[in-house]
Design a protein. Structure first.
Lengths: 433, 478
């Protein structure tokens, strides 16, 4: 059929996939096999698909990047500039593989932190129950690929009523060019627990590679999870991220995602408020320039009554970059007393920059409060004039306002050293001279 | 309180009756011969037949759109009769000669034409099914050089104007339904305002769908020359039928330098009964081209009828400093579905657009706002403000918002806001405290909710719309 046009990227991956032994009853092998079956029924999205209308990933189709095997040497100091002082545990993954020599796992009394392989024996059952269950691989090709090539995963299990105050740093390093890596992460926050997760993507390479990541988070009742995601891949990379979060009654999920890197990046964040009275915030900042494309698709699904969601997404688009935001908020029938608000704000710095935004509401319950807003524009002349009247140059005024625009999201990050790092990056990027 | 609401929602359709007039109906189905038949019946020139055939060819290669948020059984385009005209008697010189049966129909609808024309100063180009029967006030308009007639008359008398503009805003292959319309349109209105003329009165067309099983394919073309201005009203009612009727109209507006066109619609077609049986499918393509500098196109619509409404009155803002406006109230009840909104395409410099959309859903209905604001790289200093508010009445209805914002120019300023709410208990309580009953309170709240749009309507329509809304939703709020 003509729809099965040759796709170098996909074909190459499918060919390199190794079928697990047929007799294997291992659930993980089974999951991988099922996911591979789904890959066979799916195709790469094109701009003809509504969900990918503004993000053309066709450049990817020409890159026959196989799945990454950890071969390249990585010096022990490569990740050091990114290590944070406040973290209790640090899990480092190189090209999707756990790197114990770079990781540092602190005091694990009361909490389970580690790679999938190291926890398989002790917590296999719990993990099997959740892994691959939240992230729907049957209708998303990238999730299906990630699951089919699942080799290792960061696993964090916070037992009931345990509160881990120091953040857990998950550092994913891309260390090879021309490969696809499949970072994976599973977080199980049991009822009444509290945890902070930092999901961090960096690249040591200068050339193109593909990162296809899947994160699953399951929150028990009254659980409290803070999730900070920083994507700073190199400017040639392709980054596809999927994150699915399920919330039990009265649980709280707070997410901040910062997108700085990648040539083409796409982040799908699905938050399912499956329990009554669940709350979430989903903030985001994309700061892009040159020819970058950053696409954020969020889906907040209010399934049960008394849910609350807040979202602020900002894009600062410089050069010839292209920012895309699609924020869908669904209020299911009977999800009464839902309170939801969403704001998409976009700043265009040049006349070649481009933004496509679509805040979207789908509401099927009547007793709800839902609002959304979107703005696209450049810096306000009045504001620049005000700063000039205070003695700032035109350029300084512009830089300051641009920095402040992004600062609103950075400010919400609760890890001081990370906040400082990011402030530095945003400051450097917004100081156009 | 919900009982009151229920009653309000369940008002039967007032205008359901069929006028018995002998109709000249073409055989069902669509093929080249039918198109040739329509063309020859209407004594059309060769170029128009070519236009139709081109559109038909395009249509054959197109697929029905699937993206809209509405559900309906597949339409069999071969079981529709594409031409139906009241049997021609003889040309009428005055209103007295109009078929009394026809006049009675309008009377039932509360449109006493002659009276209305005289009292309100409205010229009504009456469209009964597909052929224009009588046109009033034509002479008065002719004095200032305005051409206001049916499009078939315009083809006969002003072919150069029709040929120049027809299909320039909505090309024959624009979309599936527009292509269908271009192939088989039978009649519609034509309006031409010459240079510098301000139309002395509001122009109005009353549509009426009659003859069971005949789809209606209207074609409206309005041209405002340099410095001209016109306000055009369109109102619709249709009798009650069980088979779904397809309505695929095309409206094209062209505003040249400094011209202004205001197009207002009150749509109250048969929406089907409370089980969603019957009702009109309203698949309309409306588009205005603000071609000249400082031109202005304004759409105002009150959509209360139709089983399915699928329309996006749009503005292409090509002229420098041109302005586009869209004011809409959409009310859905029972099993009605509406997917409506607008497109504002900013091309010229300093173009501005405003979108105010209010939707009210009750019963098991579903209403969506789908809008597009696009700022192209050439549109320096474009400005848009959009506001879409939805109100839900009852817990079985749905309201969706799909605003697309595409900005390719950094000097643009685009703002979009949307909210969803219901009529608050506190609001009703406040009214009751002041001695105002639930029903009246609801009516007042809804009218307040829609006020920004109603303000845009011409006086007569504003009154009608207010009434229409309260009667549409009578008893549905609790």
């Amino acid at each position: 059929m003509s729809t099965m046009t040759s796709n170098g990227y996909l074909e190459n991956l499918v060919q390199s996939w190794q079928r697990p032994p047929a007799a294997s009853s291992n659930w993980l092998d089974q999951l991988r096999a099922n996911a591979m079956e789904s890959v066979g029924t799916l195709r790469m999205p094109t701009t003809g698909d509504e969900e990918w209308r503004f993000t053309d990933i066709s450049p990817l189709n020409r890159l026959p990047y196989p799945a990454a095997y950890p071969t390249a040497e990585l010096s022990l100091s490569a990740g050091e500039p990114y290590y944070l002082a406040e973290t209790a545990h640090r899990l480092v993954f190189v090209d999707g593989q756990f790197a114990p020599e770079l990781s540092s796992i602190g005091d694990t009394t009361g909490i389970v932190v580690g790679s999938l392989s190291s926890l398989m024996a002790t917590h296999g059952e719990k993990i099997a129950h959740k892994l691959g269950n939240l992230a729907e691989y049957r209708n998303d090709i990238f999730t299906a690929l990630n699951t089919a090539f699942l080799r290792d995963s960061a696993c964090i299990i916070v037992p009931q009523h345990v509160s881990e105050t120091a953040p857990i740093h998950l550092l994913f390093i891309a260390n090879q060019k021309a490969v696809t890596s499949y970072p994976r992460c599973l977080v199980i926050a049991e009822s009444g627990s509290k945890v902070r997760i930092l999901e961090d993507y960096i690249g040591t390479e200068k050339d193109a590679y593909v990162t296809n990541t899947v994160v699953e988070m399951s929150l028990g009742s009254n659980a409290h999870v803070e999730h900070i995601r920083v994507q700073r891949d190199n400017q040639q990379a392709f980054h596809i991220g999927n994150c699915t979060v399920s919330l039990a009654p009265a649980s709280q999920y707070h997410s901040i995602s910062i997108t700085l890197g990648a040539f083409i990046s796409r982040y799908n964040l699905n938050i399912l408020l499956n329990g009554e009275g669940a709350e979430c915030t989903a903030d985001g900042l994309a700061l892009i320039s040159d020819q970058q494309l950053a696409d954020t698709h969020t889906f907040i699904d209010h399934v049960k009554p008394h849910g609350k969601s807040r979202q602020l997404h900002k894009c600062i688009v410089d050069g010839m970059a292209h920012g895309v935001f699609n924020g869908k908020i669904m209020v299911r029938p009977h999800a009464q007393q839902t309170d939801s608000s969403q704001l998409s704000r976009n700043l265009l710095l040049t006349n070649k920059a481009r933004v496509d935004t679509k805040p979207q509401l789908e509401i099927f319950a009547n007793d709800v409060k839902c609002a959304h807003g979107a703005t696209v524009g450049q810096l306000d002349k009045e504001e620049i004039f005000y700063l000039q009247s205070r003695g700032l140059s035109d350029l300084a005024a512009r830089n300051l306002l641009t920095y402040a625009f992004g600062g609103e999201v950075i400010d919400r990050i609760s890890i001081p050293s990370l906040k400082k790092q990011l402030e530095g990056i945003v400051l450097a990027r917004t100081q156009i001279s | 309180m919900s009982a009151v609401l229920q009653n309000l929602v369940n008002q039967p359709y007032k205008h359901g009756f069929v006028t018995e007039i002998e109709s000249d109906v073409a055989p069902k189905g669509l093929n080249e011969d039918i198109i040739r038949l329509i063309s020859s019946k209407k004594n059309e020139p060769e170029w128009l037949l070519t236009f139709r055939l081109q559109a038909y060819e395009k249509w054959l290669s197109m697929k029905e759109p699937q993206w809209q948020n509405v559900k309906f059984p597949k339409i069999d385009y071969q079981s529709i009769s594409y031409y139906s005209a009241p049997k021609p008697k003889k040309k009428l010189a005055s209103m007295d000669e109009v078929d009394p049966e026809l006049l009675r129909t309008f009377e039932k609808l509360g449109v006493p034409m002659h009276e209305r024309a005289a009292l309100a100063g409205v010229a009504v180009d009456v469209i009964f099914d597909s052929v224009s029967v009588a046109t009033t006030y034509k002479e008065k308009l002719a004095e200032v050089g305005i051409i206001f007639c049916s499009i078939s008359e315009a083809v006969r008398n002003h072919p150069e104007l029709v040929k120049k503009y027809l299909g320039t805003v909505v090309p024959v292959g624009d979309n599936f339904y527009a292509a269908l319309n271009s192939a088989v349109f039978t009649d519609g209105s034509f309006c031409y305002i010459p240079k510098g003329v301000k139309c002395p009165m509001d122009l109005s067309t009353y549509f009426r769908i009659n003859t069971e099983g005949s789809g209606q394919f209207e074609r409206t073309l309005i041209i405002a020359e340099e410095g001209a201005s016109v306000s055009y009203l369109e109102g619709c009612t249709a009798p009650q039928f069980d088979t779904n009727q397809l309505h695929a109209a095309v409206v094209e507006l062209i505003a040249l330098d400094n011209a202004e066109i205001k197009y207002s619609t009150v749509q109250n077609w048969y929406a089907g009964d409370e089980n969603g049986i019957g009702g009109i499918y309203n698949f309309v393509t409306k588009r205005g081209l603000a071609k000249g500098v400082n031109s202005r196109i304004s759409w105002t619509q009150v959509e209360t009828g139709s089983a399915i409404t699928w329309k996006y009155p749009s503005c292409i803002l090509r002229g420098e400093n041109s302005v586009g406006e869209f004011y809409s109230v959409a009310v859905t009840n029972n099993l009605q579905q509406a997917d409506t909104g607008t497109k504002m395409i900013h091309i010229g410099r300093n173009t501005r657009s405003t979108i105010i959309s209010k939707s009210i859903s009750a019963g098991r209905s579903n209403s969506s706002y789908r809008g597009l604001v696009r700022v192209t790289p050439t549109a320096e200093n474009a400005r848009n403000y959009s506001q879409c508010d939805s109100m839900l009445i009852g817990d079985q209805c749905g309201a969706n918002t799909f605003p697309y914002i595409q900005v390719h120019n950094n000097s643009a300023k685009v703002e979009h806001e949307a909210s969803t709410s219901k009529i608050g208990e506190d609001q009703l309580f406040y009214f009751m405290q002041r001695g105002i009953g639930t029903e009246e309170a609801v009516s007042m709240i809804i009218n307040g909710f829609c006020k920004e749009v109603f303000q845009q309507l011409p006086m007569e329509f504003a009154v009608e719309a207010t009434k229409l809304l309260s009667f549409k939703l009578e008893g549905s709020v609790g």
